[in-house]
Ligand binder design. Structure first.
Ligand code: SAM
Ligand code: SF4
Length: 328
């Protein structure tokens, strides 16, 4: 298999694609209440343009794609994009990160279109806390979305939880217990402090807390390489992952990803402002020439991946973008 090595020996085989900067929720750590200035439809990459980028990326060894946003399921006809990307030679895994609100409606269609996995962002299991964090959402709809995903064949359920001190850190054990009772795979994410909404909770503290339920045994990831560290409680079907961009010194050394913004900029690192524009070449050349140019630009982005971010040096700004525009 082709390897896509960056200057630090990391194999960059994973591309996260933001398909829209819009969202139906306003999570306190991610989106301002008034939303972000919306791009016009023509500024967004079309599905055909995204398909062309993924074809070029696949030829260079990128074999895992994740669709994200904003909320990917607010973009019209997302299952059609899934269908288009799932047929590209070399793409072994095509997944989606969603807030789950529209999963009930789309889970089956997404499965039939060829989606391999779904991750649901779920920060709380309490209805009032859910309303507080998301400002516009209802927990029940997301839980029904998770059930619909299970029924459609997306098993096991995978959740991402951003942990905020004083807001949802009292629910860590409840999430950890879901790995026994319901076989969920849960992942706890350290809050990246862009908006100063709450204090992050270091993963080590969460691990110590969860150890009250039993000894956490390290285990392999169920979703390939990436920045999470996985553990299992004795006898649990599901796993517990920790994503620790702030406290884990080796976090960046395991980074295998790049990001494509909804308006066609390739970002070698979430936390650096460097971007390489793919939209102009996509729109200026005829397809053959454009493929060659796209591959050159993708390789340029890989070659410019920084060794590490600067979060732990107190730099916690997304200099030129908001999270939903890049795709978290
Ligand atoms: N709307 C979809 C969702 O919420 O799953 C996809 C986009 S969202 C930006 C992707 C992920 O980024 C979510 O799991 C969200 O919790 C995470 N995220 C957003 N802002 C964050 C922050 N400041 N720190 C850590 N994770 C963040
Ligand atoms: Fe929307 Fe996802 Fe950001 Fe929440 S985290 S505001 S659901 S994009």
């Amino acid at each position: 298999m082709t390897k896509n090595l960056d200057p630090f020996g990391r194999n960059i085989n994973y591309l996260r694609i933001s398909v829209t900067d819009r969202c139906n929720l306003r999570c306190i750590y991610c989106m301002p209440l008034e939303g972000v200035p919306q791009m016009s439809h023509s500024e967004l990459l079309s599905y055909e343009e995204i398909q062309t980028v993924v074809r070029a990326a696949a030829e260079l060894g990128i074999n895992r794609i994740r669709l994200t946003g904003g909320e990917p399921l607010v973009r019209a006809e997302l299952p059609e994009l899934v269908r288009m990307l799932s047929r590209i030679e070399g793409i072994e895994e095509l997944s989606l990160t969603t807030n789950g609100v529209f999963l009930k409606k789309y889970a089956l269609e997404l499965k039939q279109a060829g989606l391999s996995r779904v991750n649901v962002s779920l920060d709380t299991l309490k209805a009032d806390t859910f309303r507080y964090i998301t400002r516009l959402g209802e927990l029940q709809g997301v839980l029904e979305g998770i059930e619909a995903a299970k029924k459609a064949g997306f098993e096991p359920v995978k959740t991402n939880t951003v942990v905020m001190r004083g807001i949802n850190d009292d629910e860590i054990l409840d999430f950890a217990k879901m790995t026994y009772e319901d076989g969920w795979h849960v992942r706890f994410i350290e809050l990246m402090p862009f908006k100063g909404v709450a204090e992050f909770v270091p993963s080590i503290e969460l691990r110590q807390h969860i150890s009250l339920l039993g000894k956490l045994e390290p285990c392999a990831s169920i979703t390939g390489n990436g920045p999470a560290m996985y553990y299992r409680l004795p006898g649990a079907r599901g796993t517990i992952g920790f994503i620790s961009p702030l406290t884990e010194t080796s976090f960046c050394s395991r980074c295998n990803r790049m990001r494509l913004t909804s308006d066609g900029k390739l970002r070698p690192c979430l936390l650096r402002e460097d971007e390489i524009d793919l939209k102009l070449p996509l729109r200026s050349d005829e397809i053959g020439a454009s493929m060659k140019e796209l591959k050159r630009l993708i390789l340029k982005a890989v070659a410019s991946k920084p060794e590490h971010h600067h979060l732990n040096e107190g730099v916690a700004r997304l200099v030129n973008r908001k999270m939903p525009q890049i795709g978290g």
